[in-house]
Structure formats: C-alpha cells, structure tokens
Design a protein around this ligand. Structure first.
Ligand SMILES: *Cc1c(COP(=O)(O)O)cnc(C)c1O
Length: 396
C-alpha cells in the first residue's frame, strides 16, 4: 500500500525533494506512525516545527474552536486572535512591531524590505548593500535566496536582488571587509541551521552589534530555526543580550500551521514600511494567529523552555559519548535542542538505517546528522534515540 502511494506521488509531485520512502499518517507526542502502523521516534519534528509534540489536545482544540468561528478576514479588518498573538509575541521577543507572514522565507523578504526602506528614507538612494553570511540559509524565494550563502542554491536563478556581500560567521574581520558607506543591513542566523549547525559566538555578535550601532546599520537575526525555545531561550539572541533591529521567526511559531513573522524595534518600525509598502492576503489571519497565540500560551503553561534546558545537557552528553566511541564522528556542536553530529563521511546511509529501525533523523549538509526534536522530549527519549543510532553506527 505504501509503495502504491509513493509511486503516485512520484508521478504527480514536482521533483524538488528526494523523499524518504515512508508515508506518514498520524502522530502522538514524540512519535509518528506511517500508514502501515509502524511507529517512529521523531528527532526532526517536521524540521524544528512541532515543538509541542504531535496531537497536543489543548492546541488541537484551540484550532478547532477557531475553525468554527472564523478562518480568514484579510488584513483590512482587525481580528482578536491577531491582536492577542501580536501582544504575546512582542512580550516573548522584546521587539516592538510585528508583521505576520505565511512562511519563513516571506518573513525574510519582509525583513529585507524593511531594512531597504529604512535606508532609503535616510538618503533617498536605492543602491544600499546587505551583508550576509557564507553557509547561511534564509529560504527559497528570490530575496531570501539572495542572502543565502550557498552558491549552489543560487546558481540557476541569477541574477539575485543585487548588492549582497558574503562574510564568514564568527570572523568579524571578514564582516569589516564588506562594510561600505552603502551597507544598510547585516543578516545572519543566530545559529546556522541548514548550513551545518554553527552557533554565532557571543564575541562575534557583540562586535557586529557595536559596528551596527556606530554606522546605523540594521542587524537582522534570522531565528526561524533556532528561535522559539529550541536553543534554551525563547530567541537564541536572548542568551547573549545582543538584540537585533529586525528579527524573523517561523517554523515552531505555529507548530504546524504555516506561519511566520518579522518583528522590529520601534526605531525601525516608525522609519520604514508604511501603508502600501507591504502586504499579504493570508498573513496574520485569525486561524494562523489562533495557532500562534495558543503555542505561546502553551510554551508558558507547559514549561517548554525549562524542559529544553533540563534535557539538552543530557542530549549533549549522550551525543558526545557517541563522538568519543566512533572515529568517524569528528565533532558535536549546537545549542539546546539544535544539535549536529559531524561525520567525516556522508550520513545518508546512517539516516536510512535509523529510519528502518524506527528513528527519524535528518541531515544538515551531507556529513552532519541534525537533531531538532520536539521540545517536549525526555531523557528516556534521548536514551532510546541514542541506542537506535548506536546500533546503526556499530554496523557501519
Ligand atoms: C527554514 C528556514 C527558512 C525558510 O523558512 P520557510 O518556512 O521554509 O520558507 C529561513 N531561515 C531559516 C534559518 C530556516 O531554517
């Protein structure tokens, strides 16, 4: 049965993914089930999305209630879920203004537009430059792709939006080398995700922040993957006290409902985008915002971030043990529940073997296994994951 579905899928869907050969049916807590009923321990959570775990009754009920009330209104009218969600995300982030989007890439688009408009209002010119990081990932739309530091992703789609320079994360001199009088923004992930789980260092972030303050350059932090509690703080930058001027969030923000947001300080908010500059039909609709609002409530009620901080050191310890045990594992890095095991060989066969044994893992680049589990995992879940992974590694 699974095979038939997969064959149909391969005839109909555009070939933009090499998918794992399973058809998923439902989820419960930290487990997923395929249509044949096979159970999987999930350490991917739909790529850092399902923070609360699957089938959270309180979350599901909030969505069902909103479906029966109102799904959509357009942004020409106010709606209570959006007002509630805006209030809560401001409180969680410490930012002042929010624009809700439908995805992470759209949040990045909005962030770039806000930065460009801010610079345009200062001097009336449009040839401003943006500094982005090598190995970064910001999404697949044109603006987001333009600041994505992976030439392979951009190659066929050139020209990009232009005036983008790439520096190296954690190499402040490389940033300085890119700065000109035209630099209007510096964009980076606080912890690089797709590019291989590289956290920005505190020293680097602080130097970049200081540079931005001196030159009135806007710092944009992309927290789409590393934010929403994953790194032990609501937003990873809160660990360092380096506040961005603009930040993006998505993935776990809706815990499965497709949403994103870009947020800014009042300084940027009152000196950038105005009516007519930006918009979206769906963004911030009552359904999406009911999801955001409930997610932010449940983060508090269920002490989600406390769980990350309690269990993450244990996850790190167990991963370090694997690193010590196997010569082909050369590094372990990350923050909280965003971890990478770095191999000196491709990891695709390991991930496939784990899948056979009922464990869902994902890579970040060809040589790194990425661990981005639901934020509700326990030590027992970590033990189960490690024992399956260990058995896969032993047979290599
Ligand atoms: C996933 C991701 C994006 C893109 O988000 P989409 O919702 O897939 O458009 C952007 N930035 C980072 C850091 C991401 O991890």
């Amino acid at each position: 049965m699974m095979k038939e579905y997969i064959d149909e899928a391969e005839k109909a869907l555009l070939h933009t993914y090499n998918r794992y050969q399973i058809v998923l049916d439902h989820g419960d807590g930290v487990y997923l089930y395929d249509i044949d009923g096979k159970k999987y321990l999930d350490f991917v959570s739909g790529i850092a999305v399902f923070a609360l775990g699957y089938n959270n009754k309180s979350y599901n009920n909030a969505l069902k209630e909103q479906i029966d009330k109102l799904l959509h209104t357009s942004n020409y009218y106010y709606n209570v879920p959006a007002i509630e969600a805006a209030k809560k995300i401001k409180e969680a982030s410490g930012m002042d203004r929010v624009f809700f989007t439908n995805s992470g890439a759209e949040a990045v688009e909005g962030a770039l537009k806000a930065a460009k408009k801010y610079a345009f209002l200062k001097d009336g010119t449009t040839d401003h430059e943006i500094i982005a990081m090598n190995h970064s990932f910001h999404g697949r739309t044109f603006g987001a792709l333009s600041v994505t530091g992976n030439p392979h992703y951009r190659e066929a789609f050139e020209p990009m939006i232009g005036n983008i320079k790439f520096a190296d994360l954690n190499d402040f001199d490389s940033v300085l080398n890119c700065v000109t009088d035209k630099t209007c923004a510096i964009i980076m992930e606080t912890v690089q995700g797709e590019g291989g789980i590289h956290p920005a260092t505190e020293d680097f972030l602080k130097k970049v922040r200081k540079l931005c303050d001196e030159k009135d350059i806007l710092l944009i932090l992309d927290e789409i993957q590393c934010g929403m509690g994953r790194c032990g703080y609501m937003y990873a930058w809160q660990k360092y006290g380096v506040k961005p001027d603009i930040m993006t969030t998505a993935k776990a923000l809706g815990c499965g409902v497709p949403v994103g947001a870009f947020l800014m300080t009042e300084k940027v908010g009152s000196n950038s985008l105005v009516a007519g500059d930006h918009g979206t039909t769906y963004g911030g609709n009552p359904f999406a915002c009911a999801a955001i609002s409930k997610v932010l409530d449940l983060f508090k009620e269920d002490n989600i971030i406390e769980n990350v901080n309690q269990v993450a050191p244990y996850l790190e310890k167990r991963l370090d043990e694997l690193k010590d045990k196997y010569d082909f594992i050369v590094d372990r890095r990350g923050m909280g529940f965003m971890q990478g095991l770095v191999f000196n060989r491709p990891v695709a066969d390991v991930i496939n073997k784990a899948l056979e044994k009922g464990l869902i893992l994902i890579n970040a680049g060809s040589d790194i296994i990425r661990f981005v589990p639901p934020l509700v995992i326990t030590r027992e879940n970590v033990d189960d994951m490690i024992s399956i992974l260990d058995s896969c590694l032993e047979s290599l």
